[in-house]
Each structure stands twice: as structure tokens, then as C-alpha cells.
Design a protein around this ligand. Structure first.
Ligand SMILES: Nc1ncnc2c1ncn2[C@@H]1O[C@H](COP(=O)(O)OP(=O)(O)OP(=O)(O)O)[C@@H](O)[C@H]1O
Length: 302
């Protein structure tokens, strides 16, 4: 997809399956452009795509009947209640009036808009607006929903609630979800599969578990501050482990062959901590995160 001299998407060859798929990438990576192409709202400069077996070039009306779309931008009429709006959107999708009213009431309850649904949306908080936008995407019982930055503008607690809703749409309602975020780590917990875009190119597409696999290292936390952390780190280094501070924790690399016996590093960390008179808070596996994909790519480029 080209916009003049800007290549918004280049040589993108991907398939999206069932469940929840996270589409992540920095601002301008091409996420919204991809969704708009799949909805038939933008015509790609070249290439082909199909959604639920329908060609985007010739069957976009059928695609929009089967798909729900939560756009990124603010698109709610301020002088209409969420209830009236979602009923209207249900009617637009072909539902009879009584069915649209029932479905709207159900779905607004599911997304957590109760009594507020009768108030005009102009007075809503960002979190309430995002919920209303989500409800209109779901009212006609689609087989697939595109959610463009559903957590945008939300505070941390509202973000967690929204991500929980996204997960329920995929797992409990059985609707396939393609959800975008510019925050790379955000979708790790709720997505079955993650697609990473960078400057319009595909960086990686794989099961979330492949991104977040156990690195073989450990993270250790002891009570106290940087001093206690560093005392432990130095003692572990003397004992033959490679480690470094990571925030308030000590990150221990995968053990050398002499310490590869199951539990050997755990025992060493526990004993070293006790010998130093420090209080151990936790030892946990060090997992790779989505951000690491970008760091690895950057390192490869350098
Ligand atoms: N209508 C347009 N005209 C010109 N350029 C556009 C248009 N739409 C998008 N672009 C450009 O295409 C690129 C991809 O934009 P897109 O909005 O798809 O990114 P995004 O990953 O969704 O980012 P964001 O998280 O900021 O929404 C950007 O460089 C953007 O400036």
C-alpha cells in the first residue's frame, strides 16, 4: 500500500487464524492501514487478500456483514445515547428492531455499560467511549472483529479491564479477534498469536508462546534496595554464575554446564542469599518478551 511516496505496507504475506491475534508495531507501522484494506475501506496499490473466504476487491459488502470494526479514532455522535447508537448500528447491519434492542442491551451489559447507556455519549469518559465503540462492533454477532487500539487513552486499570474484555470476546464468545496496539508488550497476555509490523514490513508472526518462551535464565529478588541487589549479584558471580542487575532484580543467565542439574541454580541462589543474611522475595523463570524481538532485530541490523 502506497500513499504517494510513503510505503505504508510492503510485501506483507500473512495469514490470521482463529482466537485472538495481536497486531503490534510502533505508530505508523501500518496496522490501521491493514485493517482498512481488509474491510475494503482502502484499495491496496497491489496485492490480494481475503477475509473469511471473501475477496476484498469484489466482496467487501459481504465482509462488512460478517465482521465487526472498532475504529481507532473518536467516531461517536455526542448527542446520542450508547443504547440508541448500538441499536441503530444493529439495525444498519440488518437486525430486526426488537432483536437489535435485545442484542444492544445484552452487549452493552457485557462490555460494562449499565445505567450510563441511556446518557448522551458526549459526556462519557474515554473508557466509556471505548466500551460503546466495542459494543457497536459486536452487536450483529460477527464472526470476526477488528479492534484498532482499544486501550488508547485508558488509564492502567481501565486498560486491564479492556484487555480482559478482548480476551473474553475471543475465548468465551468464540469470535475471532484481530486487535492492534502500539504498546509492544500489552497484548502478550491476551493473544494466542502475535504479528509484529515495523515500518510497513512483517517482522515476525508466530504463536505468543514462541515469543514468551523461557530463556533458561532466572530473575531473583531480595528485600532491600540496590545495595542488597548488588551484594547478591557479586556473590552469585563469584559462585560461577553470569548475572546483571535488571531494575530491582538480579537477572541470572542460563547456568554453565557444571550447574545445569535441575534445581542446582535455585539451590545456589537460596544458599547464597541465606549466607549473606538477605531475605529472598522470589526466584522466577526469566521469560522473553515481545519487546525482545525488536531488540534482537536491531542488534542484527547493527
Ligand atoms: N490516508 C493517508 N494518506 C497518506 N499517508 C497515510 C494515510 N494513512 C496512513 N498513512 C501513512 O501510512 C503509514 C502507516 O499508517 P497507519 O495509520 O496504518 O499506522 P499505524 O500502525 O496504524 O499507526 P498508529 O498506531 O499511529 O495508528 C504512516 O506513515 C502514515 O503516515
Amino acid at each position: 500500500m502506497r500513499f504517494g511516496s510513503v510505503e505504508a505496507l510492503t510485501a506483507l504475506d500473512i495469514g490470521v487464524g482463529e482466537g485472538v491475534t495481536g497486531l503490534v508495531g510502533a505508530n505508523g507501522a501500518g496496522k490501521s492501514t491493514l485493517i482498512k484494506i481488509l474491510l475494503g475501506l482502502l484499495e491496496p496499490t497491489s496485492g490480494t487478500a481475503s477475509v473469511l473466504g471473501h475477496d476484498i476487491a469484489t466482496e467487501s459488502a459481504e465482509i462488512r456483514r460478517l465482521v465487526g470494526y472498532m475504529p481507532e479514532h473518536d467516531c461517536l455522535p455526542p448527542d446520542v445515547s450508547a443504547s440508541d447508537f448500538v441499536v441503530h448500528m444493529g439495525r444498519m447491519s440488518g437486525l430486526p428492531a426488537t432483536v437489535a434492542r435485545e442484542r444492544a442491551a445484552d452487549i452493552l451489559r457485557h462490555v460494562g455499560l449499565d445505567e450510563e447507556r441511556y446518557r448522551q455519549m458526549g459526556g462519557y469518559s474515554t473508557g466509556m467511549k471505548q466500551r460503546a465503540k466495542l459494543a457497536q462492533a459486536l452487536v450483529h454477532d460477527p464472526r470476526l472483529v477488528f479492534l484498532d487500539e482499544p486501550t488508547n487513552g485508558l488509564d492502567p486499570a481501565a486498560r486491564v479491564d479492556m484487555l480482559h474484555l478482548v480476551q473474553r470476546i475471543g475465548r468465551d464468545f468464540g469470535i475471532a479477534v484481530l486487535v492492534t496496539s502500539h504498546l509492544l508488550g500489552e497484548l502478550e497476555k491476551v493473544s494466542d498469536h502475535v504479528i509484529v509490523l515495523d515500518g510497513g514490513r512483517l517482522l515476525r508472526s508466530s504463536a505468543t508462546a514462541d515469543f514468551t518462551q523461557h530463556t533458561g535464565g532466572l530473575l531473583v529478588e531480595v528485600l532491600g534496595g540496590d545495595t542488597e541487589r548488588d551484594v547478591l549479584g557479586e556473590a552469585l558471580a563469584k559462585a560461577g554464575l553470569t548475572c546483571r542487575p535488571r531494575g530491582a532484580l538480579v537477572a541470572v543467565d542460563p547456568p554453565p554446564p557444571g550447574l545445569s542439574r535441575e534445581g542446582a541454580v535455585h539451590d545456589l541462589v537460596r544458599d547464597t542469599t541465606a549466607d549473606l543474611g538477605l531475605a529472598l522475595v522470589r526466584i522466577q523463570p526469566d521469560q522473553a518478551h515481545l519487546e525482545d524481538v525488536f531488540l534482537t532485530e536491531e542488534a542484527a541490523r547493527v
